[in-house]
Ligand binder design. Sequence first.
Ligand code: HEC
Ligand code: HEC
Ligand code: HEC
Length: 495
Amino acid sequence: MRKGAVLAAAVLFLTVALVGRAVGQPKTIRALPPPNVSGARFSPQQVAAGRYLVILGDCMPCHTVTGGAAFAGGRPIPTPFGPLVSANITPDRETGLGGWSSDDFYRALHEGKSRKVGNLYPAFPYIHYTKVSRADVDAIYAYLQTIPAVTSDPKRDQLPFPYRIRQLMAVWNWLFFEPGAYDPDPNRSAEWNRGAYLVQGLGHCGDCHTPRNVLGGAERRKRFRGGAFPGWFAPDLTDNRSVGLGSWSDAELLEFFRTGRNVRTAATGEMGEVVAYSTSQMTDGDLRAIITYLRSLPASPEATVSLPGREAMAAGEAIYRDQCSACHRMDGSGVRRLFPPLAGNANLQQANPRTVARLVLVGAQTMPTDPRPTAFTMPAYAWKLSDRQIADVLTYARNSWGNRAAAVSAEDVAKLRRQLKPRAAIAPVPRGSMLHPAPGTLAKPGTDSRDNGTAHAGRAAAPEADRNPRNTTGPPGNMDLPKHKPHRHEAQGPG
Ligand code: HEC
Ligand code: HEC
Ligand code: HEC
């Protein structure tokens, strides 16, 4: 009996990673396909409502590959066990949802059960979509049934044995999944309830921003206090003034959701995609409701952190002056809406430094949106700074200009560096995939920041054919940059 329990726990432990995450950011932001409402099956009002709900749910990027037909599936969501590939949800009869009834569709979103394959993996965020009302799910169904049908049968089950046994998810569901529609709180305003419905349901914000236990279940008592997932840490969204949104104004939040940028930060990667495909296209009313709800999240407790070592601070300051201050300024004030300030920066001060260590290792590109169409790039430092140097510069930035956060260790950076395997070693990304930058990509040794996985990085220095800024069609992993030897920029480090 005991043995059985241990075995079950072990198997479950291994399924944790199946709570995967899409990685990367799209090269071009695509509009949702127009529906064809000529048939009498659905009213144009219902279809239009469904289209907007699909924006609220951010369904498109996970179900589309760059250059591929919208919603035809095939985007791999990497897990340590292999890619979990998204499904074709266009109305094609054979390969999509053409044969599905609205009840089948509701069961997928509400219970995580597919008419086609049985139990779905929680990389598809049904644990959140379960809160969506039947009327809203029916409207999504109406929209998805009226977009162009595409024949596409992505090979979904690429996980090795035993993870490909979908029945395992029944145990996981039993432990961690609470099906049930959103239950409005009568003591709160209609706006708050709308915000809660959106954040907990279609917005699935907690999928990234809530910590998970070792088995991949959400830690409900620590809701929205920041969550780790492969390669990233999604920051605290509670009222905490240093690591959460406590010091942000409503106007700053609104600007971030609309444009991906404000005077405090810029969205990139995962959150960049959420902004591009979802929040930047939401109505102001819905954004205000989301803000009202976020405002009510009680502040997470202040962490007690010990002072960093003086040596690390001195080394970090030297590296910062040399490598970072040109953009982020010596006083950490940055450049308004171009290079985020590091002074008072919440993302920088998270207990888990994974996102910021990632940014320094592989660089980043801000997500362009219509109101802010220019993407700014932070260079990659993996090729020129050692783990210790990256740890020190982050420790310095996390403890200067009034910032306060635990020191970053060289081991933390080394671990992340290993996870972000060199491009050649990661599962091949299909040509033209929407994944961008490629999952967990590190510049190859001997390349510079032009090869940091951001398509626009350093284009000016690229060959003629690459110089056209519109020429972003090549897959990010295959940028044929000229072989050139970088100058060795030795950081003016500790000595
Ligand atoms: C984070 C990425 C992600 C998001 C966001 C997402 N999906 Fe999916 N979806 C997936 C993956 C991956 C699968 C395949 C899961 C599996 O095979 O177990 C899937 C499967 C499905 C299925 C089951 C199809 C089948 O043939 O079994 C439906 C229906 C679906 N998604 C609809 C939606 C809708 C509607 C939305 C938006 C409200 C959405 N998805 C948002 C990743 C996502
Ligand atoms: C796919 C994972 C993911 C989802 C889903 C997601 N976020 Fe994020 N979010 C992140 C990551 C990672 C960051 C930090 C990196 C960045 O700012 O670009 C972030 C940053 C943020 C920030 C900026 C916080 C700061 O301190 O800089 C806010 C605000 C935010 N998210 C709100 C939301 C809301 C609201 C939702 C739901 C509508 C949401 N996020 C959904 C991953 C996610
Ligand atoms: C060429 C200009 C440039 C240089 C040099 C640069 N950065 Fe950045 N940095 C940026 C940009 C642009 C962003 C915004 C990227 C994004 O969307 O997250 C950024 C973001 C960041 C963030 C995340 C801030 C936030 O609001 O989420 C941190 C932390 C950071 N940089 C630290 C550093 C450190 C440490 C160095 C030196 C090792 C450095 N940067 C060098 C341009 C630069």
